[in-house]
Structure formats: C-alpha cells, structure tokens
Write a protein that binds this ligand. Sequence first.
Ligand code: GLP
Length: 234
Amino acid sequence: MKLMITKNNIEGGDKAFEIIKNGMANGAKVLGLATGSSPLPLYSKMVHSDLDFSDIFSINLDEYYGLAPDNKQSYHYFMQQHLFDKKPFKHSYIPNGLAKNLDEEVKRYNKIIEENPIDIQILGIGRNGHIAFNEPGTPFGSLTHVVELSQNTIKANSRFFDKIEDVPRKAICMGIKSIMHSKKIVLLAFGKAKQDAIKAMIEGPVTEKVPASILQDHPDVTIICDPLAADKLS
Ligand code: GLP
C-alpha cells in the first residue's frame, strides 16, 4: 500500500486526479467510481479539467435499493449532479435501485463488471471500515450482492436525508472480490471520523471484520488521507 498524506481534501483530489490522468494517458478505459463526500474534490477537478471522458466507461460501486434515479438521495442523482451532467462518459453503469428482480439485477451488474475490467477504482471508506456498502462480515470472495445496511452506516448516511427513517435499509453493491480485481485502487479518506478505519485498514490484521483491510493484499493501492485521518497511524 502506498500512503499519501495531503494537506487537505482538495490537495487529495488533485493527487487522485493526477493518477486518473496518467492512467488514461496509459490506456485506462474503465473507471470505477464511488459516491460520498470524499471523492467530491476529485470530481470537481475532473469537471473543470480539459480531460475528455467520452471514450471512457464508468462503473459505480453501489446504489440504494428503492430509490429512483431522479431521487435526490440516489447515487444516480449524485453522480449526474457532480460529474456526468458536466462530463459525460461513453457509458456510465450504476446498479438499478428500482430493479423488480434483484437476482437478475445482481447478475446483470456482475456481467457488466466482468465484461469491462476496471482499470482504476476510486474508493472511500466507511467509519466502520466498509468499502462501497460491503459492511463488516462481508465475505472477501463476494461479487455483486444485496446488502442490509448496518445501523452505523444508516446513522452516518442520515446526514444526507431529512430524517433517519428515510435512509434506505438495503443497497445493491459491487462485491469485494470485484473491487480487488481492479488493476489500480485509489482510496480517499479525510477527517477525524476516519481515523480508526484508516488505522485498522493499514495496520490491523486482514480480516472480514474490516472490509478495507483486504486492500493490504492488492498489488497497487494508493491511500490518500489528510493529516487528521492519518493521525492514529504509527
Ligand atoms: C457510503 C458509500 C461509500 C463511501 C462511504 C463514506 O456508505 N456507500 O462508498 O465510501 O459512504 O462516505 P464519505 O466519503 O461521505 O465519508
């Protein structure tokens, strides 16, 4: 694992942008994208850059189950608002939160990931060490699956909703095995709330109790943190 400590999230976004830019210059065609506040400075940098994504595919990590793409809290909406409306990709894949048949949707998404191997995967990290919505206890061998969100995650994500009862209880989520298949991974984490997760991911044992700890076994991971998120590292 390579660790980069940047002054703040803006500088962190700049570093992640450089990785994407270099990756694309070297032939990267598929970007794995994440939601949450951590990648926002990166997306803003992408939007304001002269990079052209019209020949690039994107695959998002997850979507809440039950939310329509035009629901303001959906990850579809988030991606449109922060990136795709301004920088269209050749095709952008996100799980369908309204899928009637979840088994079919899971199969469809796995096929998309299989057919479009991810060159660079952007990740955030949950306070409990989750990546995407892969909560503690998710098998490292998992592919796309339907997730019951933990109370911890529901509480953390309720800041984006009017009230905690509005946070969906389920999500469709790319599995850990698929994330580990990405050629390159860039994880962004900023602020005090991420200290324990960062410490456990980098210095703790590789365990399904801390989903992000599996990244220790990936050959090309860059962790970009601010000094606060990195504060508990020895
Ligand atoms: C959600 C998302 C994750 C994200 C995490 C942290 O649970 N599903 O992909 O990494 O939140 O979000 P933030 O970057 O806002 O702290």
